[in-house]
Design a binder for this molecule. Sequence first.
Ligand SMILES: Cc1cc2nc3c(=O)[nH]c(=O)nc-3n(C[C@H](O)[C@H](O)[C@H](O)COP(=O)(O)OP(=O)(O)OC[C@H]3O[C@@H](n4cnc5c(N)ncnc54)[C@H](O)[C@@H]3O)c2cc1C
Length: 448
Amino acid sequence: MGALHQRKDALSWGRAHHFTHHMAQPAFADELPAILKECGPRPVLARGLGRSYGDSGLNADNVLIDMRALDHVRSFDATAGVLDAEAGITLKDVLELCAQHGGTWFPPVTPGTKFVTLGGAIANDVHGKNHHGAGCFGNHILSLRLMRSDGMVLTCSPDENAALFRATLGGMGLTGLILSARIALKAVPGPWVENEDIRYDTLDDFYALTNESLGDWEYTVAWIDCLARGRSMGRGIFSRSRHVAATRPAPPLQDPRLALPVNLPNIALNKVTLAVFNALYIRRASRKPTRKVVPFDGAFYPLDAIGQFNRLYGNRGFYQYQCVVPAATEREATRALLTEISQAGVGSFLAVLKTFGDKPSPGLMSFPMPGTTLALDFANDGAPTLALLSRLDAITRAAGGRIYAAKDGRVSAADFQAGYPQWTDFARLIDPGFSSSFWRRVSAGAAA
Ligand SMILES: Cc1cc2nc3c(=O)[nH]c(=O)nc-3n(C[C@H](O)[C@H](O)[C@H](O)COP(=O)(O)OP(=O)(O)OC[C@H]3O[C@@H](n4cnc5c(N)ncnc54)[C@H](O)[C@@H]3O)c2cc1C
């Protein structure tokens, strides 16, 4: 391998996966054909900001192409709200661009962090707290430019190379390098949101609040106490927000105000500290809805205030578990998942519940389906953690649900394939020069 390919270690966001790669760091897009040629038979994968929790953004012993420097705005139509940008641009950059134009355009869908690239958001077809109205990120991509491993650049859209377009939205980086994309932003009254937090007591309350909020509130999500049992199971704080007009200018976007410089010892987050923390946190919220108008930054991206919060779980890192269970089985399946977790007495302060809407994504392998999604972290304690997560997989699978690749680092091939029966159609559209550690694991045991 030439100078473009230094051997470097790359970590998953959960820090439980740590592999050596041949790493290429192009400064300009026109370097990519030579890099791809030089990679030769080694499979390639693009890397964005590395915010995927497991191994879907890793390609052990093979090539990672760091796309972050390819972040130029190709054009921005401030009248129509259409942005054409290179895939390495971050959501934070996009938000800053929107602010420069009066804050009246906004990403149509945003995950819980602004530290993701456009390419990463497309490759995982990310969802946000507004899934019930807006669908996925891919619902708002007008077209994209994709470089295949032979250096050929294809424009893909719902009308042109449509199969490849669908496969690339949520395609986990396996269909080629996304060079740039055109995205339709959404018009908003300004950079402020009205936010309401409501403390609730039971899982049924969560569904009642959800149903009551879907019409009037663009964003909904609940923080839950994952250790609560019995009647209190699923209790938490329901948050709903919507964009509102405000005369004040918004403060600048926050960079992390506090950083964890080292991995915290695992004991910092044990069953006792978690139970105490959860109980205190829930009591701090009011039972009466309290409305506040706040800048969107703190409301949508609370974790962005803490740099490297992924060091919270000790040297062995953590797994995030995120699954979705379909609407028909959502209540009993969610209850079964929470029972399993609370009986194990593990989990995390960061546990969220949300319902997805029924707007289908054009993405062939997109994660969301109408139903309930649960996401929470588990410190990596080795075999007991993996055993618990397998039990959660069994519940998810029996309910007709699936897990989210962006968060996963250990699901079995059988469980993955059961959740995504279309995976064989997808496998036919993968670029033969691309692969990932995740894909080699979940596609094992069947002819691709
Ligand atoms: C705090 C936090 C909150 C989150 N909240 C949410 C949430 O609410 N909803 C949600 O859906 N996700 C959420 N995520 C997950 C995150 O949105 C995704 O993992 C996202 O894909 C990360 O983007 P990235 O730029 O870091 O990409 P990486 O993690 O580096 O890569 C992700 C995938 O994108 C591919 N990729 C990256 N760039 C390109 C490119 N140019 N061409 C082709 N493929 C490419 C990679 O190969 C890989 O498969 C969250 C993550 C964190 C850390």
